[in-house]
Design a protein around this ligand. Structure first.
Ligand SMILES: N[C@@H](CCC(=O)N[C@@H](CS)C(=O)NCC(=O)O)C(=O)O
Ligand SMILES: [Fe+2]
Length: 441
């Protein structure tokens, strides 16, 4: 049982803990706290209307009243499963009643309803009746669920809050075959310890869903986390693969690490994909697009109606990946972005990182159409402007904290350094390898 709330005129109770309502004014937040609410969810993107309080102002007002604040912005046409799951988590983890709002409350009610159907507590056919009961139009949920039911390519994202990375299992419901894309091997740079929490969560999902792992894929040698490809290969026996230009990345970093023994023939993977190469995951057609710019070897996997673009395009409110690592190139990144945006408009774009702008809940799925119209770095921008903006931004970004640790692992397919005579493994840090930094005072 949850604590009772004093009825709030504007709010409709739609579950044990959840109340939906139109946009409250900032001045109403103390009343919500006094009424007994323990959490506030805003499902409204900032800046939808000039009179609307900013997400930051709402957060401050909620927290001043001792209420948790969750920013899960959606529009009727851009709801993703991640939004639904974040919404459910915000409600289930709340210590008491939760006040959810968008402009009118309809988006909040639809997010809740989608979750109920996905989890089997509600049948799709019952949505109209339930909507009638709540006085809310649930057709957004009905359409979303109908679209989802038709998909032949199933995608499950796993967000790693430590590195803001998104790992994927993409599966073919018809055959139960799947590929794992860009899995993370956990590394704590302060203690030097490695763990398999993320990779094991993926393996659990694979077992629960009775999937067979057909491929373990990386989009590029990552600079901000270790790849769990080798670990997962040992666990599942599935072949590993990456883009063929990984050999160029190996040569580049062989010199940075002064590492003559490193094999630079890509033999650390079972397969190297060429640009345009086709393969299958169960009955799903997959193909590879060469997408350099962030790294020399980056590729995009286009699988059914889904494109796994990793560090090229982020979510529309976030923009694009940086292009200043060794081997990076902003002009090439632009060309790669254009090739991705030339995919059919309804193609689902799954990104590799989400840095949660404005503290919003993590999300990772968009479409080509959304990216074209709304990407913060791309909409209405041409090549020369993009390249100038990208270079200026990159100059302001510090190197990822794991770049020097991660590359030596990732250019060997996620293998840790071999143990030395005392049984311990050691990472090698080339000093001064990546130029000057801003030291301040
Ligand atoms: N603070 C992060 C930075 C990670 C980072 O640089 N991410 C790359 C992708 S590997 C990026 O494109 N960032 C874009 C940006 O921050 O604008 C870390 O230390 O790991
Ligand atoms: Fe990256």
């Amino acid at each position: 049982m949850t604590d009772a709330v004093t009825p709030v005129a504007s709010a409709t109770q739609i579950s044990d803990k959840l109340f939906i309502a139109p946009q409250p004014e900032l001045g109403a937040f103390p009343d919500l706290a006094a009424a007994g609410f323990k959490g506030v969810i805003s499902n409204r993107p900032g800046g939808e209307h000039p009179d609307q309080p900013s997400p930051a102002a709402e957060q401050q007002a909620a927290e001043a009243g001792g209420m948790a604040f969750h920013f899960i912005p959606v529009t009727a046409t851009t709801i993703t499963e991640a939004d639904v799951r974040s919404f459910q988590k915000a409600v289930s983890e709340s210590t008491g009643p939760v006040f959810a709002h968008c402009r009118s409350g309809i988006r909040s009610a639809n997010l809740h309803a989608i979750g109920e159907v996905l989890d089997g507590r509600l049948a799709r056919e019952n949505l109209p009746a339930l909507g009638g009961q709540w006085g809310v139009d649930l057709s957004v949920a009905a359409q979303w669920l109908a679209r989802e039911a038709e998909r032949r390519t199933r995608v499950k994202g796993f967000f790693d809050p430590r590195t803001f990375s998104v790992q994927y299992v993409v599966s073919d419901p018809a055959t139960g075959q799947c590929a794992i894309i860009d899995p993370v091997l956990d590394f704590d740079e302060k203690s030097g310890s490695v763990a398999t929490v993320n990779a094991d969560a993926i393996l659990r999902y694979v077992a629960e869903e009775k999937l067979t792992v057909q491929w373990i894929l990386d989009t590029h040698p990552h600079a901000d986390h270790f790849s769990a490809a080798h670990y997962l290969h040992e666990k599942t026996g599935a072949p590993t693969a990456i883009g063929a230009h990984v050999v160029d990345v190996q040569l580049l970093w062989q010199s940075i690490y002064n590492w003559p023994e490193l094999k630079t023939d890509g033999s650390q993977w079972d397969h190297l994909f060429e640009n345009g190469e086709r393969f299958t995951i169960g009955s799903l057609d997959a193909r590879v697009l060469f997408s350099p710019g962030h790294t020399l070897a980056s590729i995009t996997y286009v699988i059914g109606d889904a494109a796994f673009v990793h560090d090229t395009i982020f979510m529309p409110d976030s923009g694009t990946a940086r292009a200043d690592f060794p081997g990076g190139n902003a002009e090439q990144l632009w060309d790669s972005l254009q090739a991705i945006l030339a995919l059919p408009e309804e193609t689902r774009i799954f990104t590799g990182h989400d840095y949660q702008p404005d503290g919003r809940a993590p999300r990772w799925e968009s479409t080509v159409a959304e990216q074209k119209t709304r990407n913060a770095h791309l909409a209405g921008v041409g090549k020369s402007k993009f390249v100038a903006l990208r270079k200026a931004r990159d100059e302001s970004l510090p190197m990822p904290k794991l770049i020097l640790s991660a590359l030596q692992v990732n250019i060997r397919g996620g293998r840790l350094p071999e143990p030395e005579s005392n049984g311990h493994r050691y990472l090698k840090i080339p000093m001064g390898a990546l130029g000057e930094v801003e030291w301040g005072q």
